[in-house]
Design a protein around this ligand. Structure first.
Ligand code: UD1
Length: 342
């Protein structure tokens, strides 16, 4: 019998590469499509080495309608996971049109081609950014979405809405939006992980680059927030756990177990961790001292957000499993590998 096949757009990226590994481990065929605008072919090599499979890789831009049409003609997908998108919050504020064009066009191309070719199942990479600054913690999927604070966040809300409306209009389509909290860490093999270009914008790559001596000092953005230690609180989810949530979502769709044709799930641990706690944990687990200083607040930062993952636990049968310490050890192992420190 033919194995189900999943198209992973953005499959050379951080979350896409880890998800491809987990899909293959779960018995799926995968085709990766990526324009390599914020990723490297080395990630595809890493995925091939971990899985021992010659996973097809197609270099294309999902905004290129003709190339996407050829891709949909060439392969027989049962489902699509759409990761391909730009994701830097600050850059999106500076270049909003580029973000709207890229993130919306690519998503609409995927959904339209799925409709045109009768492919029913799509998983969309959404973000907890859609909740803005929440009034209550932890956030559930019923917590209100707040007006987006950046064009990037707005594209996540808009793509969710595009999916909701399209699924409502087309009874043959099913969509799942996974709202990720803060993905961190790397694959235990040390062969794939996050590959930030230039100065990292996110906390953990900045921490690991500081520990490796690439950056001089981590700036902790604010210690005067109304939280127990004054620094912001997030829900840090291991990237392999996050990858497995996609496998659970795809299984649910392919097995016909969706309760609604459009569903939303929070993908987080349910545990809030402050920036200073994370820094201390990183130092302890990896036996090193990190050079850091308290700096001013970063504009647009949310004070605190963590997930109520109950719906994903119960409906997807998915749980965050990897302890934070292991995740932080994997992040450092990956950085040492990148920096040639081993
Ligand atoms: C942001 C976005 C999220 C997006 C993610 C990926 C918002 C509210 N969140 O997450 O949707 O998916 O980026 O790019 O738009 N920090 C420091 N020093 C640093 C870097 C970060 O102290 O050098 C702090 C931040 O102030 C924050 C925490 O670390 O409190 C996490 O920051 P970051 O990793 O950038 O993620 P978010 O801002 O939560």
């Amino acid at each position: 019998m033919k194995q189900p096949c999943v198209l992973v757009t953005g499959g050379a990226g951080y979350i896409g590469s880890h998800t491809t590994v987990e899909l293959v481990a779960a018995g799926f065929d995968v085709v990766i499509a990526d324009n390599l605008s914020n990723s490297e072919l080395s990630a595809v090599d890493g995925v091939r080495r971990i899985t021992g499979r010659e996973i097809p890789f197609v270099e294309l831009d999902c905004c290129d309608r003709a190339a996407m049409t050829r891709l949909f003609d060439q392969y027989d997908f049962d489902a699509v996971i759409h990761f391909a998108a730009s994701k830097a919050v600050g850059e999106s504020v500076r270049e909003p049109l580029r973000y709207y064009r890229n993130n919306l066009t690519s998503f609409m191309n995927v959904v339209e081609l799925m409709q045109a070719t009768g492919r029913p199942n799509i998983v969309f990479s959404s973000s907890c950014t859609v909740y803005g600054e929440p009034d209550e913690q932890p956030v559930t999927e019923r917590s209100p979405r707040k007006p987006a604070t950046s064009p990037y966040g707005n594209t996540k809300q808009m793509c969710e809405d595009i999916l909701l409306d399209t699924v409502a209009a087309d009874k043959s389509l099913r969509g799942i939006a996974l709202r990720y909290f803060n993905p961190i860490g790397a694959h235990p093999s040390g062969l794939i992980g996050e590959l930030p270009r230039g100065v990292p914008q996110n906390l953990v790559p900045y921490i690991t680059q500081t520990a490796a001596g690439i950056r001089e000092c981590l700036a902790v953005f604010g210690d005067d927030y109304p939280t127990p230690d004054g620094s912001c609180i997030r829900d840090y989810i291991d990237v392999v756990d996050l990858a497995r949530a996609h496998v659970a979502a795809i299984r649910r769709m392919i097995d016909g177990r969706c309760r609604e044709r459009y569903e939303v799930f929070n993908i987080g641990t349910g545990r809030g961790v402050s920036v200073l706690e994370l820094v201390r944990r990183f130092e302890l687990v990896n036996g090193l001292k990190l050079n850091y200083r308290i700096a001013g607040r970063r504009e647009g930062d949310i004070v605190a957000i963590w997930a109520d993952p109950t719906r994903a636990n119960e409906e997807l049968g998915w749980h965050a499993e990897r302890p934070l310490d292991e995740t932080l050890a994997s992040a450092w192992r990956w950085q040492r590998h990148l920096s040639g420190l081993d």
